[in-house]
Design a protein around this ligand. Structure first.
Ligand code: GUN
Ligand code: ZN
Length: 445
């Protein structure tokens, strides 16, 4: 465990958003301080304000790290990714169901080996930090060991993370299937060991309806009922072939969402990856139960799954997340993810302004996963998970910035042209865990 830091003072252009419930066409309101100071003590933000005002109150020996003209935002939050797919990313040429069978299941079969799972967890978390991401909601494999590796490494780094052991008892190779009993017992064991340990939480994780029997979905629902505070993560309505398969497997269900509703899996903090081909009834049902639809643009393009309807979700008051979906998704960068999100929405005649993208990556995603009061904002009382961004990180960005006049334009350009090269530093609980240009994590700031 890396020891917690003392007091830190960071000077930068500070950008933050309160949690906001937007209607189509509305842009989130930012709190922006051109010359701001963020004071952090023991991993928690103590004060945020104008540097000119706050500097006076600092002790004479308090060092100040001056990041101007860089932006300081809340650390990015990635509400949907797959820990065991770092070596599936960029596998060629298939759509969802074939991609799962051809690349993903064979790869996930390796994760019963603790050495494989440990190495992947270490790689993934390092890569997320390099990209400015401080919290993720992760599917592991059906092997409890894979979740063990994910949680151990997250604990070592002091990160706020949510993870879950995949439940999957049909339509997958035998080396990857569990049973309803094992899914229950192994999830419960993880809850007892990791839920609430440090900043970690366990999510109930049925992979998706096609790979769970009704008996297993019942078990997932029973766990959800017994533990109303647990997050739930799964997939919903990503691909037309998948939807046909669900219709065959659950002939009694009115639609795909109704399958999860039947088992009590649609509720606050239930995170549904993709939600591309929803009917109006499904959108309404998800919104009424306060569930979250997670938009994964690079994955939706890569697997040819379809175009997410953000305005439809906003109009239905359906909570939304924006996520990478590594390794159906093709980038670890939330900036790139937002930039591709813009293009997906453009194909539907919709838009994603820079402020809306930064809102989604920070406090919007925090609210989506139920952590809106702890992370996602640069505000007193919030955990000091922070990202420092350089909007002139590359030649292309520098060239563009010469003609940029507003913060909105700067943020938008960062989403279209930015990636990990724009991430100057990443802090988690007030500790600097990434600094640009250093191959290894820096000594503690
Ligand atoms: N649906 C069920 N499993 C998966 C997965 O691993 N990735 C994606 N994109 N969709 C899924
Ligand atoms: Zn996924």
């Amino acid at each position: 465990m890396i020891p917690a830091g003392g007091t830190l003072a960071l000077r930068a252009r500070v950008l933050s958003y309160d949690v906001q419930h937007l209607q189509p066409g509305e842009t989130p309101v930012a709190r922006f301080i051109e010359d701001g100071l963020v004071v952090i003590r023991d991993g928690i933000i103590q004060a945020v304000g104008e540097a000119s005002e706050l500097l006076e109150g600092l002790g004479p020996d308090q060092p100040v790290t001056d990041y101007r003209p860089f932006l300081l935002t809340a650390g990015f939050i990635d509400p949907h990714l797959h820990m065991p797919q770092t070596q599936v990313i960029a596998s060629y040429g298939t759509e969802l169901m074939e991609w799962l069978a051809k690349y993903t299941f064979p790869e996930e079969s390796r994760y019963g080996d603790p050495a494989v799972a440990d190495a992947a967890a270490q790689f993934l978390l390092r890569e997320l930090l390099r990209n400015g991401t401080t919290t993720a909601v992760a599917f592991c494999t059906s092997h409890p060991q894979s979740a063990e590796s994910f949680f151990s490494e997250s604990a070592r780094l002091g990160l706020r993370m949510i993870g879950g052991k995949v439940m999957m008892d049909r339509n997958a190779p035998p080396e990857l299937t569990d049973t309803p009993e094992r899914a229950h017992d192994e999830t419960l064991a993880l809850v007892q060991r990791w839920h609430g340990a440090g900043r970690l939480e366990v999510a109930i994780t049925p992979r998706f309806a096609p790979t769970s029997t009704e008996a297993q979905l019942e078990v997932a629902g029973a766990l959800a009922k017994a533990h109303p505070d647990l997050a739930i993560q799964t997939h919903l309505s990503e691909n037309l072939g998948e939807i046909d398969f669900v219709r065959e497997l659950f002939p009694w269900a009115e639609d795909y969402t109704a399958v999860y509703e039947r088992y009590g899996l649609v509720r606050r903090r239930a995170l549904f990856g993709h939600c591309i081909h929803l009917s109006e009834r499904e959108r309404r049902a998800l919104a009424e139960h306060q569930a979250t639809a997670v938009f994964c643009p690079t994955s939706n393009l890569f697997l040819g799954s379809g175009l997410f309807d953000r305005d439809g979700a906003l109009a239905a008051n359906l909570r939304m997340g924006l996520a990478t979906d590594i390794g159906g998704g093709t980038s670890y960068s939330m900036l790139q993810t937002a930039g591709e999100g813009y293009k997906v929405l453009a194909l539907r005649g919709q838009r994603l302004p820079g402020h809306a993208a930064f809102y989604m990556m920070t406090s919007g995603n925090a609210d989506a996963i139920g952590f809106g009061d702890r992370i996602g904002q640069v505000a007193p009382g919030f955990e000091a998970d922070l990202t420092i961004l350089d909007a002139r990180a590359t030649a292309a960005l520098r060239q563009r910035m010469e003609r940029v006049e507003t913060l909105e334009e700067e943020l938008f350009a960062l989403t279209v042209l930015g990636d990990e090269r724009a991430v100057v530093a990443t802090y988690a609980a007030g500790r600097r865990l990434h600094a640009r240009g250093l191959a290894e994590p820096p000594p503690l700031a």
